[in-house]
Write a protein that binds this ligand. Structure first.
Ligand code: SF4
Length: 213
């Protein structure tokens, strides 16, 4: 880019004279927290921008562009930005796989009458598919795949469950719950994964007290 009479301008002259002069003309500082602005910094910045672009250059393309001999030398120039990292996670679908959205019924009567606060009456019902959980910190419960013996559980088929669903003044909401790796395996894969999960929790008490066995 910088040449004089068809000869390349020396790197030292670019860094100590041309770039400081350009910075002065542009009204920007000649240094920042990472040190002086140099030709190397410019290559580094442009390489990182190309690597993190919406349609990014591959390392092989950057190697050619930078004129480096090895891929390893090229990697020194590129730094992945938090945005590009988040996009990569998103594209991989990891978080989508690890989160499930479930329905929650909120009992407005119990809240507005004060019964929820005064008598500790349940006011939120998390839909587990087969039944309802009234534990406020439901997302922290390790037993949510095997609730049958928990006092905080109401099966949908039971009379109490049917009465709950028939009630008016229940507000429907959605909430997202993160799944552990074990739970995701049980949901996605097999009965064997579910059995393994249940076995691991055999002696772990539920929030209501007793274990699930
Ligand atoms: S075990 Fe009890 S507290 Fe845990 S999810 Fe099931 S019903 Fe809720």
């Amino acid at each position: 880019m910088f040449a004089h009479r068809a000869c390349r301008v020396a790197k030292r002259y670019i860094n100590t004279t041309i770039i400081p002069m350009l910075c002065r003309k542009a009204g920007v500082p000649t240094a920042d927290v990472r040190g002086n602005i140099t030709s190397h910094r410019a290559r580094f910045t442009i390489a990182s921008q190309l690597y993190n672009a919406k349609e990014p250059k591959t390392l092989f393309e950057l190697q050619e562009w930078l004129g480096r001999r090895t891929l390893e030398a090229t990697t020194h120039y590129v730094k992945i930005t938090p945005n590009a990292l988040a996009r990569a996670y998103n594209d991989a679908g990891y978080f989508a796989k690890s989160v499930r959205t479930i329905e929650v019924l909120a009992d407005r009567d119990a809240v507005t009458s004060g019964a929820a606060a005064a008598n500790d009456e349940p006011w939120q019902y998390f839909d587990l598919g087969h039944g309802w959980c009234t534990y406020t910190f439901f997302e922290q419960c390790q037993h949510r795949m095997a609730c049958a013996r928990c006092d905080l559980y109401t099966p949908k088929g039971s009379s109490k469950g049917r009465m709950l669903e028939a009630r008016e003044n229940l507000q429907k909401m959605l909430t997202s719950i993160p799944l552990t790796d074990d739970e995701r395996a049980a949901v996605d894969d097999s009965q064997a994964a579910l059995d393994q999960l249940l076995e691991r929790l055999t002696d772990v008490p539920t929030p209501a007290g007793p274990t699930t066995t």
